[in-house]
Design a binder for this molecule. Structure first.
Ligand code: NAP
Length: 473
């Protein structure tokens, strides 16, 4: 069976799930289509009430949700609790603001009549999500699209089936009608089949470039709209006048949060030479303080990685980087525990032809570069095929924002930790994908922005500058 819960702390197989049948997929597509028709006649406000109930149900079940995801993919229980609460915050926000955002917008026009854009649902969505934030990734797509009235079919990662099913159950128990979110243990072929089905009108994927390319090309072939939230190698710039206490307080968290398995994790530290030695020394100090152990134990501060394969892949990447000349300043030693732990590691002296310069390392490995000028820092930040997020630390936040504006990514945080909140758009450019989730932009991702122009009768004296056929005689 492809879908399994394996606890990466104990390596125990906790649960296996049978693959979805073609009949289950067909039923989900039809249930979704029927619900789409039903949603068309339901006021958005009604779905807002249900979405508030979803938030309440998430809070009611928060302990169970958090524990399930910790056991399934290894994240620290405290981080899992934070993720669960964030899902409730997202649901509440779209429940509160969705109706307003979806109201018709009037357009000024020289045409005769009154023109407006209405925001309508488009149909069933196929949602493909990764394991690293197993609930939050679902909620980023579910909350706005439930408000619009787009039913969803979820294909979650094969290593987080329990979390996927639990969130689907919570949504259903909160009163969302059948078909609002159907979780299925689909194969890649079944996902492709669903994308080709006329009842599916959009595809949202969060994951790797490999997964994104495959799903986006199936969608392209079928002319289906997509949003792609893909990988990142986010830069973290430290300018020479930055407050180093703040920098250090944020830097280690920004790399080790979720055991470094985060798309917007600060994977490349780009540090001005005046403060480079201090930065490396203090980052090392903080990396050395984390304590590996049972992620359910609140005293543990370093979680295992999500799977044996993830750990092995990361080790291969670090080995290749070292072979290509990288210097290990800290870490890269085995941790004597049965779980899939990877010791936090700092690499320096990365040349531009080192694979570590161009390949995303999805775990607790920080790469530190030394630069002589701000111009060099910006060039290095932009020397990446990815463009997701980034952080800039500067003595003057206005100057930091000027630097941030020159970084080719979708989000940059100045003198701050990286926030992910429903009112802030989330997404990237370049090979980090396209489209945005969350905020008003995420609300509109799969909306039919429909023009309606309304007049009592045609005005034959106002034919918009002759843009329509004139009388035949
Ligand atoms: P992945 O392999 O692409 O998996 C993500 C999801 O896509 C899983 O459900 C996976 O299913 C599915 N998938 C992969 N290939 C597919 C195909 N050909 N057809 C249908 N479904 C397919 O990604 P990952 O490596 O596990 O996740 C980590 C990546 O996600 C990193 O690159 C990270 O940066 C990125 N990420 C991006 C964001 C963002 O918002 N930009 C957020 C989090 C993570 P299986 O599990 O069954 O393979």
């Amino acid at each position: 069976m492809a879908y399994q819960t394996i606890n990466p702390y104990t390596n125990e197989v906790v649960k296996e799930y049978p693959d979805a049948t073609d009949q289950q997929l067909e039923e989900a597509l039809q249930t979704g289509k029927d619900l789409y028709e039903e949603f068309k006649t339901q006021a958005v406000k009604e779905r807002g009430k249900i979405l508030h109930n979803v938030a309440a149900k998430i809070r009611e079940k928060s302990d169970e949700l958090a524990r399930t995801c910790t056991i399934e993919m290894g994240k620290l229980l405290t981080e899992a609790q934070g993720e669960v609460e964030l899902c409730a915050v997202i649901a509440d926000w779209f429940a509160d603001h969705g109706e307003e955002m979806l109201k018709p917008e009037e357009i000024e026009t020289i045409a005769h009549g009154k023109a407006e854009i209405q925001h309508h649902a488009t149909g069933v969505l196929m949602m493909v999500e990764p394991w690293n934030f197993p609930y939050y990734q679902i909620m980023r797509v579910f909350a706005p699209n439930f408000m619009v009235g787009n039913p969803m079919i979820l294909k979650h990662a094969s290593n987080t089936p329990s979390s996927a099913q639990m969130m689907a159950n919570v949504i259903s128990e909160a009163g969302a009608p059948k078909g609002s979110l159907t979780n299925l243990f689909l194969s890649y072929d079944q996902v492709t089949e669903a994308i080709g089905d006329s009842r599916v009108q959009g595809v949202a994927l969060t994951g790797s470039e490999r997964g994104g390319e495959s799903v986006a090309s199936a969608a392209g072939k079928n002319l289906k709209k997509t949003t792609m939230e893909l990988g990142g190698m986010d830069p973290f710039l430290v300018l020479d006048d930055a407050n180093m206490d703040d920098v250090i307080d944020i830097a280690w968290r920004s790399r080790l949060y979720n055991a470094g398995q985060e798309c917007t994790s600060s994977k490349r530290f780009i540090v001005m030479e005046d403060v480079y030695d201090e930065f490396v020394e203090r980052l090392k100090e903080n990396f050395s303080k984390v304590k590996p152990g049972d992620p359910l134990d609140p005293k543990t501060t370093l979680a295992p990685m999500n799977s044996k394969k993830a750990k092995e892949d990361l080790q291969d990447q670090v080995d290749e980087a070292v072979q290509a000349g990288a210097k290990v300043v800290y870490g890269n030693e085995p941790i004597d525990l049965p779980g899939q732990f990877f010791m936090p590691t700092i690499l320096t002296d990365i040349d531009r032809d080192n694979p570590a310069h161009t390949t995303e390392m999805f775990g607790p490995v920080g790469v530190v570069y030394k630069v002589a000028t701000e111009k060099e820092a910006i060039e290095l930040a932009n020397d990446s095929s990815y463009g997701l997020g980034g952080v800039v630390f500067a003595g003057d936040s206005d100057h930091g924002a000027e630097v941030a504006a020159q970084i080719e990514t979708g989000m940059v945080f100045v003198n701050s930790f990286r926030y992910s909140l429903p009112e802030l758009p989330f997404g990237g450019v370049k090979r980090s994908g396209y489209g945005r989730e969350m905020s008003r932009l995420g609300q509109m991702a799969f909306v039919n922005e429909k023009l309606i122009l309304k007049a009592d009768k045609p005005d034959m004296n106002n034919l918009a500058g002759g843009l329509v056929a004139t009388d035949p005689e």
